[in-house]
Ligand binder design. Structure first.
Ligand SMILES: Cc1ncc(C[n+]2csc(CCOP(=O)(O)OP(=O)(O)O)c2C)c(N)n1
Ligand SMILES: [Mg+2]
Length: 575
């Protein structure tokens, strides 16, 4: 795959305290942060930086649109656990990454985004390609900087990586004016990061841990809700020990899938709008809800007035602002999920006995599993997901776009690993799935990466097929083609009396030809009988593939909690 990733690491690091340009400082700093690859796009305001990239041979992947670059950086961050890095020019280059920055912010992904800026003396003059990126990204970054003196750069970059990757991870932006990139100064990267105003609490309060352990002993119907915070903390081993030792049933948010193995007996599946009946009812009936790194998003809670009416709520989160934000919390635990779980595992409380509760949950699982009508003449998208799961043996990295296919992937691919699921949960960004698969493939060059995409979402960032072609990245694109904005169509069917306003495509491109234009192998599958073999061929094909899978157009995602309804009011459960 691609150019050598080792190049950067092997590149000689320049001596400390050497005089160099701002652009050179940036590249030196990235090497010191062990950045393997950056995703970006050049332009007038960052030409000096790109000249430095040229001279040093830094591993840079040229996206074909800045949105592609930033989503690739997100996919890389999600799978590698390290900050994704993105370099773009000023003005339109910078505004093109705004969606990805907002996406990373709400899904807590560590990013370092370097935007070019017009020269310092032109800032505020409406100069060519000037945009107030600091103003625009203030509310959607964990922090942002504008370099005004070249010697500030090393400190800012070091702080940017520190802030992006510690505490609750998130995107940090450095705006780098053109003259600062060209100016010379002394590079000093050895100063420690000193941020008195930023000291995330990692180790939770022992008394709160004890309170939580005692509450579990007293509980009869406990349930754990795992969120992405467990994944960001790298705490899935500790989570496994906690859940299995204490024998607590566990539900997951969309973004938390894989933190605890989806195929384990204690796994209840996903909660929320399209979660499983059992996971949602478990929350509804529970007397102790232990949320770990989940933030009670409205798609998870349903109507707040009905949410977990009998439960005492314990909430472990590294971001204190999340605790009590949406849900009243009896046992707040501020700290890193891995650390909190380690402390819970060490605490020798009296174990509870949840046998009756688990029997009830097992009965629901038996009676109301995920289900769909099987049909001979149409390919069922749910069946497609089951086939992808089977053919990849659950070992692939799966990325998705946003819509029905995303929900089916979440429902039917049983994620057992913590590093295999890349999806846009909070922002729900169409166009995310394909470029994030490219980033994921860089983070896991030896793994199979499957991009499960909607026919509409794919068209938002399809130009990144150029990267697959250029680098022969073996990403497998599976288009779940229902010739519509399926999720919009579903809502129009259910809540707008079937007035399908602008949600059904009257025409579509020939996706196979589109793939072929990029020298990518394309398949179109219409006959459901051919699907399984074709999928097998595609997944074992040596190189990038696009499969245009024609699925039943009118299929809806069920079960479902309609807007304004509670967990106990799911529709479309198995009759
Ligand atoms: C950038 C963006 N614009 C609009 C939406 C609203 N939206 C959510 S799902 C959806 C339909 C997506 O269609 P497709 O990608 O084909 O996926 P499907 O639901 O058909 O599986 C739309 C328009 C969005 N999530 N993101
Ligand atoms: Mg669609």
């Amino acid at each position: 795959m691609g150019p050598e990733t080792k190049e950067m690491q092997d590149r000689e690091l320049k001596d400390e305290s050497q005089e160099m340009t701002g652009a050179s400082m940036l590249i030196q700093a990235l090497a010191r942060e062990n950045v393997e690859v950056v995703f970006g796009y050049p332009g007038g305001a960052n030409l000096t930086t790109y000249d430095e990239i040229y001279r040093t041979g830094m591993h840079h992947v040229l996206a074909r649109h800045e949105q592609g670059a930033v989503h690739a950086a997100e996919g890389y961050a999600r799978v590698s656990g390290n900050p994704g890095v993105c370099i773009v020019t000023s003005g339109p280059g910078a505004t093109n990454v705004v969606t990805g920055i907002a996406d990373a912010m709400i899904d807590s992904l560590p990013l370092v985004v370097i935007t070019g800026q017009v020269a310092t003396n032109a800032i505020g003059t409406d100069a060519f390609q000037e945009a107030d990126v600091i103003g625009v990204t203030m509310p959607i970054t964990k922090h942002n900087f504008q370099a005004r003196e070249v010697e500030d750069l090393p400190r800012m970059i070091k702080e940017a990586f520190h802030i992006a990757s510690t505490g609750r991870p998130g995107p940090v932006l450095i705006d780098m004016p053109k003259d600062i990139a060209a100016a010379s100064g002394i590079f000093n990267y050895d100063q420690p990061v000193e941020l008195p105003g930023y000291q995330p609490t990692v180790v939770p309060n022992k008394l709160q841990i004890k309170k939580l352990a005692d509450a579990l002993t007293a509980a009869e119907k406990p349930v754990v809700l795992t969120g992405a915070g467990v994944l960001h903390a790298g705490g899935s081993d500790e989570l496994y020990e906690y859940i299995t030792k204490q024998q607590i049933p566990a539900a997951s948010t969309l973004l938390g899938l894989g933190a605890f193995p989806g195929t384990h007996d204690l796994s209840l599946g996903m909660v929320g709008m399209h979660g499983t009946y059992t996971a949602n009812m478990a929350l509804h009936e529970s007397d102790l809800l232990i949320s770990i790194g989940a933030r009670f998003d409205d798609r998870v809670t349903g109507a707040l007035k009905h949410f977990a009416p009998n439960a005492k709520v314990a909430h472990i989160d590294i971001d204190p602002a999340e605790i009590g934000k949406n849900i009243e919390t009896e046992i707040p635990v501020v700290g890193d999920a891995k650390e909190a779980l380690r402390m819970l595992n060490e605490y020798n409380g009296t174990p509870g006995d949840f046998t009756k509760w688990k029997e009830q949950l097992a009965a629901w699982q038996e009676e109301y599993p995920l289900w769909y009508h099987e049909e001979k003449d149409y390919l069922k998208p749910q069946h497609l997901m089951e086939m992808i799961y089977e053919e990849t043996k659950g070992e692939a990295v799966v990325t998705t776009d946003v819509g029905q296919h995303q929900m089916w992937a979440a429902q039917y691919y049983k994620f057992d690993r913590p590093d295999s699921w890349v999806t846009s949960g909070g922002l729900g960004t169409m166009g995310f799935g394909f470029p994030s698969a490219i980033g994921a493939q860089f983070a896991a060059p030896d793994r199979q990466v499957v991009a499960v995409l909607g026919d509409a979402g794919f068209q938002m960032t399809a130009q990144e097929m150029s990267i697959l072609q250029e680098l022969n990245l073996p990403v497998k694109i599976i288009l779940v083609n229902n010739a519509s904005l399926g999720m919009v169509r579903q809502w129009q069917e259910l809540f707008y009396d079937e007035r399908y306003s602008n949600s059904i495509f009257p025409i579509q491109p020939d996706f196979v030809k589109m793939a072929e234009a990029y020298n990518i192998k394309g398949w179109k599958i219409e006959d459901p009988k051919e699907m399984h073999q074709a999928l097998r061929d595609a997944l074992t094909y040596d190189g990038p593939v696009l499969m245009d899978c024609r699925v039943e157009k009118e299929e809806n995602v069920y079960p479902m909690i309609a807007p304004g309804k509670g967990h106990h009011e799911m529709e479309g459960i198995k009759p």
